[in-house]
Design a protein around this ligand. Structure first.
Ligand code: KG4
Ligand code: ZN
Length: 333
């Protein structure tokens, strides 16, 4: 089964082709981040307009990379939620048009299901059930992956997502957008106890998280130093911040897997690329006897390969079904 997938939920335009789910024949991504960096964050209308400009060219590029033609495709998959609504609609409409014109099924894929599926590409032996820590720019969730499409959130951030917090702190430190990777790079070799930062706990909800207090604490610390004319150790602050985020995520991940009685833990989303979080998860998983699945850095951020893979595991609608498919800015998994 050969599936071409389209991903346009935010500022990455992605097209990929999978064979029987886990084998990726093509994967092309156009990152718009340079276009948005000027504004310090994603501008939704600019994202939508640029998806329109590059998408059909990327479809051709993906087919060329896979050495296939449109006639070889068995289905078209698309991210339909959650994300920026205008951006999603571009992908959904191109996918609908292609499915209609080719007379093949259209498979809607939830973006978070896709992030989780990045692990199926990297680890052919991984099958549900397992616990997945999903950490991206918009989500921080502990997901009970009971089956390929049967999932439940058992813990989540009550406010900001971890990635959002990385981006805000990076912006105040003048590291540009998106700042997660730059902050990670800055933290290398820094003293992670240079600044005492809060680790929030939610009373009566041990698997839930909060990052807004941490974000505010870091921003206030930077502004206070500026106002008093005191020197700041940016490297130590970056390391202290990464440690605080990791200390929030890692013990909850272990606790969640223990409470479900699972032996496998996977990680997904852009923040899964963070070196401190990866290192701490590896140490904790080894100590507690869990198998840990970390996607390669190339599959952590937004891409269409993960959508093409997940689409294979979604229930297949009848030919030409779902042409009334809509996009949703928010949608539970
Ligand atoms: O999954 P993703 O590409 O998009 C969403 O679905 O949101 O995640 C993007 C997020 C951004 O906040 C970005 O700064 C963060 O992932 N990120 C990182 C790293 N690489 C990307 N955060 C921390 N450390 C990194 N190395
Ligand atoms: Zn994402």
């Amino acid at each position: 089964m050969i599936i071409l997938a389209i991903e346009t939920s935010c500022d990455e335009t992605g097209v990929a082709i999978s064979r029987n789910g886990r084998e990726i024949l093509a994967n092309v991504v156009f990152s718009q981040s340079d276009l948005h960096a000027l504004y310090g964050g994603v501008v939704p209308e600019i994202a939508s307009r640029n998806h329109i400009i590059v998408l059909t060219k990327l479809v051709e590029d993906a087919l060329t990379q896979a050495k296939l033609t449109k006639a070889d495709l068995d289905a078209i998959a698309v991210t339909y939620a959650p994300g920026l609504i205008g951006a999603l609609l571009v992908g959904v409409n191109v996918a609908k048009s292609m499915a209609y014109a080719l007379g093949i099924p259209l498979i809607p894929v939830h973006h978070i299901h896709g992030h989780i599926a990045a692990n199926y590409i990297a680890y052919p032996e991984l099958t549900p059930p397992f616990l997945c820590l999903v950490v991206s720019g918009g989500h921080s969730q502990l997901v009970d992956v009971r089956g390929y499409t049967d999932m439940a959130i058992i813990g989540s951030s009550r406010d900001d997502a971890a990635g959002e917090c990385f981006d805000k702190v990076a912006r105040v430190l003048g590291l540009g957008y998106p700042g997660g990777k730059a902050l990670d790079d800055l933290s290398q070799g820094g003293d992670d106890s240079a600044y005492p930062l809060p680790r929030s706990v939610i009373a009566d909800a041990p698997l839930d998280m909060s990052f807004s207090g941490l974000k505010t604490a870091v921003i206030n610390l930077i502004h206070n130093k500026e106002q008093k004319g005191e020197p700041l150790d940016p490297q130590g602050l970056a390391a202290s911040f990464a440690a605080a985020v990791s200390d929030t995520l890692v013990p909850r991940t272990i606790q969640a897997a223990q409470s479900l009685g699972y032996t496998n833990i996977a990680v997904a989303g852009g923040v899964a690329a963070n070196s401190r979080i990866r290192r701490d998860l590896e140490t904790a998983a080894e100590k507690q006897g869990f198998n840990l699945y970390l996607p390669p850095l190339s599959l952590c951020g937004d891409n269409a390969a993960m959508i093409a893979c997940q689409a294979y595991f979604e229930p297949l609608p009848g030919v030409l079904a779902h042409l009334d498919l809509n996009a949703y800015a928010t949608k539970g998994i």
